[in-house]
Write a new protein. Structure first.
Lengths: 155, 119
């Protein structure tokens, strides 16, 4: 698991043997995005706009995927907010604070290093969280470790 | 581990209060203290904390609402203890989200790399 220090975000890194321009297109062209993400998006991504489409996973075709595109910075950053588990029928997620997904691209000798971060699982607005972390004197990681040890012993 | 009998909402929305409760240094310190061993009274938790009893009470309430801490009665005293279940729940939740990303990124990798060969 990649979330040892702060239990509020997930970060993934993957090396792709394709140039940044190719990866960028796979991320930001809504048809290409839909092909690997498995969602049939209705229209191109546009910053500040809702993106919507039906999931194309067998068994989940009734589920509508929805995200709000945040930033499109060519060949460097693509981000959107969404509700990662908004698949339970009968629950209105529109009032819940969504999580933020960021795709960052970096050229490498082999192709592209892609870093994906999903954050905001506590549904606390970014400003308030930043304040909480600024007040932290570095004891955070140790506290989490203590708690994790405790949890492991009490499973 | 004992599961509470009260009905619970879907797993997804229920994790947010737990994450939010953990997003505070004082509450983490309280949790760490409670994780050291026996259930503690508010008076004991206040000792040497540099915080007022009211502040401790307020933070304990947040932890209780998030189900991370429960109150147990011992005679006339209220003692507080950690309930590890919500913590294991958020761990399982993050694991699920994490796995979903692994799978998506594998598909993306296949998508951009295979097509390149075809170019």
């Amino acid at each position: 698991m990649t979330t040892a220090d702060v239990p509020n975000s997930i970060q993934k890194q993957i090396e792709l043997a394709a140039p940044v321009s190719r990866v960028w297109r796979a991320l930001t062209d809504h048809r290409e995005f839909g092909a690997w993400f498995r969602v049939n998006l209705e229209s191109p991504f546009e910053a500040g706009q809702v993106s919507r489409g039906r999931i194309t996973w067998p068994g989940y075709e009734h589920v509508v995927w929805e995200a709000v595109v945040q930033r499109i910075e060519p060949e460097s950053l693509f981000s959107f907010t969404w509700h990662p588990y908004s698949v339970a029928p009968g629950i209105d997620y529109s009032q819940e604070t969504p999580t933020l997904v960021e795709f960052r691209l970096e050229a490498t000798a082999a192709g592209t290093l892609l870093t994906v971060t999903e954050s905001g699982f506590d549904h606390v607005p970014e400003a308030r969280r930043a304040e909480a972390f600024l007040r932290n004197d570095g004891g955070w990681a140790q506290q989490i470790k203590n708690i994790e040890t405790y949890v492991a012993q009490n499973l | 581990m004992s599961r509470k009998t009260c009905s619970r909402e879907e797993a997804a929305p229920a994790v947010a209060p737990v994450f939010a409760a953990l997003g505070d240094e004082t509450r983490l310190l309280l949790l760490a203290r409670l994780s050291e061993g026996d259930a503690c009274s508010i008076a004991k938790l206040t000792e040497g904390s540099g915080l007022t009893r009211q502040a401790i009470t307020k933070h304990l309430r947040v932890l209780q609402n998030a189900r991370i801490v429960r109150c147990v009665r011992s005679g006339r005293e209220s003692l507080f203890a950690v309930d590890p279940e919500p913590l294991t729940e958020i761990r399982a939740y993050l694991d699920r989200v994490s796995r979903a990303w692994d799978e998506r990124l594998e598909r993306l990798k296949a998508f951009v790399e295979i097509e390149r060969v075809a170019d």
